[in-house]
Unconditional design. Sequence first.
Length: 238
Amino acid sequence: MHGKTISENVEEYLETIYKKSLSEGIAKTTEISKDLGIAPGSVTQMLKKLEEEGYVNYYQYKGVKLTDKGFKIARSIVRKHRLLETFLYNTLGIDVEDLHEQACAMEHSLSDEAERKMCQLLDYPNQCPDDHNIIPICNLDITTCYECSKIHSIEDIPKRIENLVAVGNMLPNQVGKIKFIRGSNENLKEFLDMGITLETEITLISSSPLNGPVKVLVEDKELLLDKESTNNLFVLLE
């Protein structure tokens, strides 16, 4: 949770902006209005308020982008939502069509420690079951899931300062350095065998629709990665 100073309404806005800006670079006012079912004029007023509070940068007639502060909060909410969908589907057997609404009702009250334990219970999932979108990285300052599994309490782990993005969410020609690798030690070994390690520089060349291969440049070598691999590699964009 982010405390009582941030309302659920603000979190919903930030969550919507996060989803739009990842795929399109900027979230347009009309799209936010459509997704939230709120009149464009009211959305514009709210976006200006969010800018005053330091959550977004608002560009008139263009849309908004999240600031570092807004990105961290939005990413956390999206992560909790998608983990909850995975838990409801995989563990409780809830129908796919009911996942979104139930996760929305629960995401704002899920504590960070409960989120961590849920992630471990689910064996560090990388995408949610209803729309197969990438589950964002946690906000803990670690480089692998193995590190997290060896720590007793979330209070013993500092928060990550950097905002990391999954390779699967990178735009063509974006460059980043790998700072986190999700999954088991077997996953780590598979990446190591491909020459992909922490601090490796990676460039997204192109990606295929649906579950097709993703072409990347790793240092000076071109590789084809499957979608699951790109969901598990997180970079700091340069």
